[in-house]
Design a protein around this ligand. Structure first.
Ligand SMILES: NC(=O)c1ccc[n+]([C@@H]2O[C@H](COP(=O)([O-])OP(=O)(O)OC[C@H]3O[C@@H](n4cnc5c(N)ncnc54)[C@H](O)[C@@H]3O)[C@@H](O)[C@H]2O)c1
Length: 310
């Protein structure tokens, strides 16, 4: 049974994970190699928790418990002492991860599980320095993990089925929606889907097809609304009417060939697209600051989650 969680690396994602685990009643230690980052994380996690109470997503009693669950520590040793589960969220870089994984097991109880938040690195490579790699896997969240239910579970070559089953059960019990990959691919599932949409969003902007605001509006006022409820496969099953997915693929689906033929396939963002994208979002930051947009997002997310939980 997982009772004591260790957050290793508390930048954007580690902080949000800490908020999540503490809000679910788990004792949560947090550690960062940068002591200032650890203090900032504690402050920010407390702010996130307070916001959840304001949004009626957490009760005042739960808030007190969650706050008491958060414990910043000053060393890796202290972090891993008596820990059942490590959520590693250090920088997305094989060299940085390797450094951490080389020393992790010196302090970690033998039965503890090691989960990496990595957005796109391969667990088979990350787990190489471990003496007991079978207890490690990727548990990739979507930002912000204290609100978004998705967790992508990706076993490496040496991950045991028992580890996968235990982590899956852990997240289900915490109210998350874990998905399991049968094989390792860079970017897992969700970021590959995001990568496909993002490249096209950049290409449309670069090609002056529409303004940045309209491209984003086309996404969130159309497909995005449905995506909160169902994925592309079920959407197109319904899109085929009585004929279902088969009919959709044979009729409307066929015309997608001409879209795909016209679409960009580059694998590095063109400088011109980057410049237009960065300049375009500056405009949006005049409407609301980045913090205000984040708050706006989280408040709406909570309301959407409530509807989905009904
Ligand atoms: N940013 C996202 O949207 C997002 C989403 C899902 C997953 N992730 C993944 O989460 C991980 C962290 O990303 P982030 O955006 O939070 O990065 P970040 O830069 O905000 O935070 C990384 C933290 O790791 C700390 N760190 C570096 N080396 C360390 C060490 N040896 N020991 C302890 N702490 C150390 C840094 O001081 C920093 O505070 C990455 O693997 C990333 O792919 C990111």
């Amino acid at each position: 049974v997982i009772q004591q969680v260790a957050i290793l690396g508390c930048g954007l994602i580690g902080t949000s994970w800490a908020t999540f685990f503490a809000s679910k009643g788990l004792r949560t230690k947090i550690y960062d190699i940068d002591a200032a980052a650890c203090q900032r994380a504690l402050q920010l996690a407390n702010q996130h928790l307070k916001r959840l109470v304001e949004l009626n997503y957490l009760s005042p009693t739960e808030l007190d418990k969650a706050r008491a669950n958060l414990q910043p520590v000053n060393s890796l040793q202290e972090l891993l002492l008596d820990c059942d589960y490590v959520q590693e969220s250090v920088l997305e870089d094989y060299a940085v991860k390797a450094e951490v994984y080389c020393s992790l097991e010196n302090h970690l109880p033998r039965e503890a599980i090691i989960a990496s938040s990595s957005s796109g690195l391969l667990m088979s490579r990350i787990q190489q320095p471990l003496a007991f790699p079978e207890r490690s896997l990727i548990a990739h969240p979507f930002n912000p993990p204290h609100l978004i239910p998705l967790v992508e579970l990706v076993p490496g070559e040496k991950t045991s089925p028992e580890t996968v089953a235990a982590v899956k059960a852990f997240f289900v019990q915490l109210g998350k929606r874990p998905v399991l990959l049968n094989k390792e691919v860079p970017g897992h599932i969700a970021n590959r889907l995001a990568a496909a949409v993002w490249r096209e969003a950049l290409a449309l902007l670069d090609d002056d097809v529409a303004s940045l605001e309209d491209i984003d509006a086309a996404l969130c006022n159309g497909p995005g609304l449905r995506w909160a409820l169902m994925g592309q496969h079920l959407i197109y099953e319904l899109g085929g009417g009585a004929g279902g997915y088969q009919k959709f693929i044979d009729t409307i689906g066929a015309s997608f060939t001409s879209y795909w033929q016209d679409m960009q396939t580059w694998t590095e963002i063109p400088v011109s697209a980057k410049e237009k994208a960065v300049a375009g979002t500056k405009q949006l930051l005049q409407e609301r600051t980045r913090d205000e947009w984040t708050q706006w997002r989280d408040e709406k997310l909570v309301r959407i989650l409530r509807i989905l939980e009904e």
